[in-house]
Write a protein that binds this ligand. Structure first.
Ligand SMILES: [Zn+2]
Length: 68
């Protein structure tokens, strides 16, 4: 089962956005290969445009992703 994180945007509507772990992977930094081991680096903070309104942004911290 995919993990889902629910985060409200900071717009007036405070829309609830749902992101799966797969979706969040797309926002992670490009894969860096370290000693043959691919390593996906999650940025400290992701700012993603709201899916439901034009003004809001959704802010997801690395901590939130790690706690999914
Ligand atoms: Zn919104």
């Amino acid at each position: 089962m995919a993990k889902i994180i629910k985060v409200r945007c900071n717009g007036a509507g405070k829309c609830v956005n749902e992101f799966t772990d797969k979706e969040l992977e797309k926002y992670s930094r490009p894969t860096i290969v370290v000693r043959g081991q691919p390593k996906n680096t999650v940025p400290e903070r992701l700012v993603i445009p709201c899916k439901h309104c034009t003004e809001g942004k959704v802010i997801i911290t690395r901590k939130m992703i790690e706690e999914m």
